[in-house]
Write a protein that binds this ligand. Structure first.
Ligand code: MG
Length: 365
């Protein structure tokens, strides 16, 4: 069966069918056996920015241990949850996977700490935001093909990532495929940030069980399993938390698709958000997120690492700006178009945590 025919059979009418794609910035001939969003997904996986996610901080840096998530494993978890949602809703799984694998490409070393350090460095030059930076990586910075800069992704992938960068500005709702990735991101980090923090001993399971989301999950787990030790209980609750959030999102999305009579991509764009948690689940997630913000993201151990990382990136920014000859040629060539401050920030943002530390020690310490 032809790829477009296959989508016609499998996908819902409100899914983004590849036959309806607006194409790419630089036109390319169709691939003999891969659909356009499938190609996008492959291009992202083969990019240097994607590989470097393996040595970039999600919440905890490499020094904290080897159990916790990196930016890459977080990305793969998001893609896995997003694909589950997409298949159940009969959305375009290739597009969802491309969006999920690209969603955090723009993170600099040291996660949000690195992001705010670069944002301060670029205060007079438009600032730095990881969601906008991901777009620049896939449209300008990656150099992998002779015929065009960037990855020349389908416009629907760029549009989905742009929607992450300007959440308020958009007149229309993002594609359902992009809504799925947003929801999957939230399911994933709410669950694994708690798990990682437990493993590192920053919080206790008792504290989490005081939160309604965790307490209700525990009740359901104990109904199925009568005697669990602490480690088994923790893992069972984590599985239950992902399951119940995904199940809740699906039930809500199905109801909204019916209530708002969504029968096309355009109808979905005009409707209120479809892939979003119920009010009750949203409130419970918010409570968990408040707890994590307070007890994990602002934990003294994290704040110490955060400050050190920010100081290091600020020193590197000033150092490279004063000695631009240290930048690789490909970056130096970009300075004429985007200016030196942005060029230096682009270079630093591309580094893994490890490489940033090495280069800082080698050149600026
Ligand atoms: Mg993410």
């Amino acid at each position: 069966m032809d790829l477009f025919e296959r989508e016609k059979v499998l996908l819902a009418p409100y899914a983004m069918h590849s036959a309806a794609s607006r194409g790419r910035t630089y036109p390319e001939s169709p691939h003999p056996y891969r659909a356009p969003f499938q190609r996008d997904r492959d291009r992202i996986v083969h990019s240097a920015a994607y590989r470097r996610l393996s040595a970039k901080t999600q919440v905890f840096t490499g020094e904290a241990g080897d159990y916790h998530r990196t930016r890459l494993t977080h990305t793969i978890e998001v893609a896995s949850v997003a694909r589950t949602l997409a298949r159940a809703l009969r959305l375009n799984e290739d597009l969802v996977e491309a969006l999920a694998l690209a969603h955090d490409l723009g993170h600099p070393p040291f996660g949000h700490a690195g992001e705010s350090a670069l944002d301060r460095c670029l205060a007079a030059d438009g600032g730095f935001c990881h969601n906008r930076h991901a777009l620049r990586i896939v449209t300008e910075i990656e150099q992998r093909y002779p015929d065009f800069p960037g990855l020349n992704l389908s416009l629907e992938v760029l549009e989905g990532q742009a929607a992450r960068a300007n959440k308020q500005a958009a007149a229309e709702r993002p594609l359902l495929e992009a809504q799925v990735v947003d929801a999957a991101d939230s399911v994933t980090y709410d669950t694994h940030d708690a798990d990682d923090a437990l493993e590192l001993g920053l919080i206790s399971i008792q504290e989490l069980l005081d939160l309604p989301l965790w307490r209700q999950a525990e009740v359901r787990v104990r109904r199925r399993h009568h005697s669990l030790d602490d480690a088994q209980l923790r893992r069972a609750i984590l599985h239950e938390l992902i399951d119940c959030q995904v199940g809740g999102l699906l039930a809500c999305a199905q109801a909204r698709l019916t209530d708002f009579d969504i029968d096309s991509v355009d109808a979905a764009r005009r409707a209120p958000p479809i892939v979003a948690p119920s009010d009750e689940l949203a409130e419970q997630k918010l409570e968990l997120e408040r707890f994590l913000a307070e007890r994990v993201y602002r934990h003294p151990r994290l704040l110490t690492m955060r400050t050190a990382a920010q100081q290091m990136l600020a020193e590197m920014f000033a150092g490279y700006l004063a000695r631009t000859a240290l930048l690789p040629d490909a970056y130096r060539a970009r300075a004429a178009h985007v200016g030196w401050p942005r060029t230096v920030a682009d270079y630093i943002a591309g580094m893994t945590d490890r490489y940033a530390q090495q280069e800082h020690a080698r050149l600026f310490a």
